[in-house]
Design a protein around this ligand. Structure first.
Ligand code: ATP
Length: 258
């Protein structure tokens, strides 16, 4: 008796074909750093950094003052040449490609000290972000002012005369409106009141949910780890430990207290 007949007669159901579990999609890492060395003059400050930032992660880079965190971000962003080693953003090798290609790879950096034009007004700063094309001034203003209504009241003010928090809001609007794939954030909290820091990090969480990969450097360990999905601790120009935010919370305590 065939299976069809036996089923029709109320016999045992034919076994279901085994379900094929879909292959997990392996996206390439968003940032890869291999054995990176960098120096200011003759003084080497990165002594062989290895780091892999997975796509879609919020990666917190922690470490004491002077560890080399900002320097690492500068090299990843193409603003500083390494002495040796390699950095890839997506598939683009940094330092060997024109800056334009790096920008096209979807990289956006918000450096320590904000990276805005202090002698331009808020609106003029916003206008600059439309120059890459694909986004109108109206879109830029709508998105920025909906997220940060305070900036709307200040749109004609010179960016350099904004409060620290407002300057940081303006800086982070760039990521909001240009929608980069990879965002580098250096000390978002610098000089800001805790309430504003929390507000900005909530926004970082929202950007991450939209699929942005974020590498952030932050002094406030608890704040950084509250949004991070992965973290590492840098000490004396090397990555000393890497792991989950929980693991790195304990590790940071011992490094910072050492
Ligand atoms: P912090 O948390 O204090 O910002 P960091 O971990 O970001 O520190 P870096 O700013 O990368 O550390 O500095 C690493 C080392 O390089 C420090 O010893 C610093 O003094 C030195 N350094 C940074 N910038 C320069 C520069 N422009 N010229 C010379 N030395 C520099």
């Amino acid at each position: 008796m065939t299976d069809v007949v036996s089923t029709a007669l109320g016999g045992p159901e034919p076994p279901e074909p085994p379900k094929q579990s879909p292959e997990p999609v392996q996206l390439p890492p968003s940032i890869v750093v291999n054995d990176l060395r960098a120096a200011y003059g003759r003084i080497e400050v990165l002594h062989g950094v290895d780091l892999v930032v997975p796509p879609g992660s919020v990666f917190a880079l922690l470490g004491p003052n002077g560890a080399g965190k900002s320097t690492l971000l500068k090299v990843i962003n193409g603003r500083m040449r390494p002495t040796s080693g390699e950095v890839l953003v997506g598939e683009v090798p940094v330092g060997k490609s024109p800056t334009e290609k790096l920008v096209k790879s979807g990289l956006c950096a918000i450096p320590e000290g904000r990276g805005i034009f202090p002698n331009l007004t808020v609106r003029e700063n916003l206008r600059i972000w439309t120059y890459r094309g694909g986004i109108t001034m109206k879109d830029v203003e709508d998105r920025t002012f909906t997220t940060f209504p305070r900036l709307k009241d200040r749109r004609r003010q010179m960016a350099g005369t904004l409060s620290g928090g407002e300057q940081q809001m303006l800086a982070i609007s760039r990521a909001l409106v240009t929608g980069p794939k990879v965002l580098l954030l250096d000390e978002l909290s610098m000089g800001l009141a805790p309430l504003i820091v929390n507000e900005l990090y909530e926004l970082v969480g929202t950007l991450a949910q939209q699929g942005m990969t974020i590498l952030l450097v932050e002094q406030f360990v608890t704040t950084a780890l509250s949004v991070a999905t992965r973290a590492a601790i840098m000490v004396h120009g090397r990555i000393e430990q890497e792991g989950s935010p929980r693991e790195m919370a304990d590790a940071a305590l011992s490094v910072y207290l050492a």
